[in-house]
Design a protein around this ligand. Structure first.
Ligand code: ATP
Length: 355
């Protein structure tokens, strides 16, 4: 199985007056796993359904390699899909569920049997094919849904929140399994998720959506170290990046309770300073008081009151954490800072050690 390059050109989808997707242009490389990440209602699933052919675009084109797909029926697109609900047929055995797409294609009995057993073995459900979905675990149902999507050897695999019905332990395992399988097969894949940890862990690249538009399309490292704007900065990374409003004047940033050098950003006016909680240390740059100290095992998450209107989050080793109510000073390494202009767009300068 070899994937195709997937091109989305100027793609829009309107539902009456609702603009679900606005002029999206995105190129996905053959064999890549790309996640669509964003809050509820931002257009992720709409885009996936456009690629699948379940929706027709209002404007724009979809290409698999050089072939234009947007006018084709879903059946003719060579796409496999796994939904959140798995949507297995409860009255059919796992075998018949997996075989279903091949029966639609009227594949001969022997070929069909060989293909079903091959993909079932690959996914570790070869021994339970005679059971019905109600007689197997959630993880096994999820694998059966994946087997059904892969049995046709699709050019593109579409995954819509495929792990959200699994409990935490199995979810971690299923993440790794899907990724290993996807890489092994080299099938171009798009996964919709609102779980940033899942997106970052599994994907070659992530498209971060907000309100029908892609805010940034980049590798997990790039999103974390060089977020393109304050939306991505806050959405990617947990706990969220601290963002402090203020003003850039003559190479310095003046914020509420924070005054620091801001060399190299070449910008004057209102803007934002960003620092991730895990990059905050104990020091003397910003004095404050620990309001809340939440132990997370190895680390403690502090909420520090810097001024009446500024709360700061800091993630510190438990042994370095103050007690709630104590005075505490905060500090950071300069290259960990991020700067954004008044509209939230990233400014050059510091950030992730690179600029
Ligand atoms: P979620 O994570 O909640 O599934 P999403 O990012 O996948 O969200 P979409 O399902 O793509 O979001 O929806 C984008 C917007 O389009 C929303 O405002 C939604 O209400 C609207 N929308 C989606 N499908 C339809 C439809 N069939 N008819 C009308 N409006 C729709």
């Amino acid at each position: 199985m070899r994937g195709v390059g997937l091109g989305l050109h100027n793609l829009s989808k309107h539902f009456g007056r609702v603009v679900a997707l606005r002029e999206l242009t995105l190129g996905i490389r053959a064999g890549e796993l790309v996640s669509f990440l964003g809050p509820s209602g931002c257009g992720k699933t709409t885009t996936l359904l456009l690629i699948a052919g379940i929706y027709r675009p209002t404007t724009g084109e979809i290409h698999f390699d050089d072939r234009r797909m947007d006018a084709l029926h879903p059946r003719d697109r060579d796409v496999g899909m796994v939904f959140q609900s798995y949507a297995l047929y409860p009255h059919l055995t796992l075998y018949e569920n997996v075989a279903f797409p091949l029966r639609l294609k009227r594949m001969g009995r022997e070929d069909l049997d060989r293909r079903v057993r091959q993909v079932a073995e690959m996914l570790g459900i070869g021994q339970i094919l005679e059971r019905h979905p109600g007689q197997v675990s959630g993880g096994q149902q999820q694998r059966a849904a994946l087997a059904r999507a892969l049995v046709k050897e699709p050019k593109v695999l579409l995954l819509d929140e495929p792990l959200s019905n699994l409990d935490a332990q199995i979810r971690l395992q299923a993440r790794a399994e899907i990724r290993r399988l996807q890489q092994g097969l080299g099938v171009t894949s798009v996964m919709v998720t609102h779980d940033q940890a899942e997106a970052l862990a599994m994907s070659d690249r992530v498209a971060v959506f907000s309100m029908g538009e892609v805010q940034q399309f980049a590798s997990p490292e790039e999103l974390y170290h060089r977020p393109a704007n304050t939306f991505v900065a806050e959405f990617v990374g947990y706990p969220s990046m601290n963002l402090i409003g203020g003003e850039f004047v003559d190479g310095r940033f003046h914020g509420d309770g924070v005054e620091i050098e801001a060399p190299g950003c070449g910008y004057a006016g209102k803007g934002w300073l960003g620092i991730r909680p895990e990059h905050v240390r104990i020091g003397d740059e910003v004095p404050g008081r620990a309001l809340v100290v939440e132990s997370q095992g190895r680390e403690a998450l502090l909420t520090v009151e810097v001024s009446a209107s500024l709360m700061f989050k800091a993630l510190l080793p438990v042994e370095a954490a103050p007690r709630a109510g104590e005075k505490v000073g905060l500090d950071w390494e300069g290259h960990r800072l991020h700067f954004f202009d008044r509209s939230g767009v990233r400014l050059p300068g510091y950030g992730g050690g690179r600029s």
